[in-house]
Design a protein around this ligand. Structure first.
Ligand code: IYR
Length: 221
């Protein structure tokens, strides 16, 4: 049945307000960096809930919201996740990632050592849900990868906007997250995101930035 249609209460802005907000937002988002050195300083659960709720406002295929956020601050679970992730990462770095991939990561300086998984006050695991069992029937979701990516993007942006550092971490394979966190087989781990504050001595790699002109085309090419 078609849903009832409501008037769209859209916050229309003046052109100058819009231009100023666009510039301010870019300035702010341009300071976001992936953080690999976290402080153990706690972050209130109420803030984590709000930034996850921002993620949950994302648009999704047929409005199914085919994602689940699992927020972890329990030290024992974080330790289990760290140990399992490091086990997979050791295999990946030693045997699974081809030289070309290892070369691409060289400037970032990553390795199998993932202490941030225990140190960051929160780990947020995003799962993508490709199908759900409804009344004993397997109901597909629509565009689950795109939808979950958008929700994760909203969440990452919200974290930065409120003053929280994040890392989009993808230990591979990530199946262990489903097992540790007690999620069913239809929920696929999508991203493991430590959230918190950078440590006092946190550094980030000085990486060249791909010019926008290489990522943006106006009209026809
Ligand atoms: N998952 C590994 C390797 C890794 C892969 C990519 I692509 C990165 O941008 C960074 C790391 C790790 O987290 O170390």
């Amino acid at each position: 049945m078609p849903a009832r249609m409501n008037p769209y209460d859209f916050p229309r802005r003046t052109s100058s307000d819009m231009a100023a907000r666009a510039a301010a937002l870019l300035t702010e988002m341009d300071t976001r960096r992936s953080c690999r050195f976290f402080s153990d300083e706690p972050v209130p659960r109420s803030v984590i809930e709000k930034v996850i709720e921002v993620g949950h406002t994302a648009p999704s295929g047929a409005n199914r919201k085919p994602w689940r956020f699992v927020a972890i601050d329990d030290a024992e679970i974080k330790r289990e996740i760290r140990l399992a992730a490091e086990e997979e990462e050791r295999q990946s770095y030693a045997h699974r990632m081809p030289p070309r991939w290892l070369g691409a990561l060289e400037p970032i300086g990553t390795d199998a050592h993932k202490p941030f998984l225990e140190i960051a006050p929160w780990l947020v695991v995003v799962f993508r849900i490709d199908w759900e069992e409804i009344d004993g029937e397997r109901e597909p979701n629509y565009y689950p990868a795109e939808s979950t990516g958008i929700a994760a993007g909203f969440f990452l942006m919200a974290c930065h906007q409120v003053g929280l550092a994040t890392l989009t971490h993808t230990p591979s394979p990530m199946k262990f997250l489903r097992e540790i966190l007690g999620r069913p087989v239809n929920e696929k781990p999508y991203l493991l995101i430590p959230v918190g504050y950078p440590s006092a001595d946190c550094t980030v790699p000085d990486l060249p930035k791909k010019p926008l002109s290489e990522a943006l085309q106006w009209n026809r090419g």
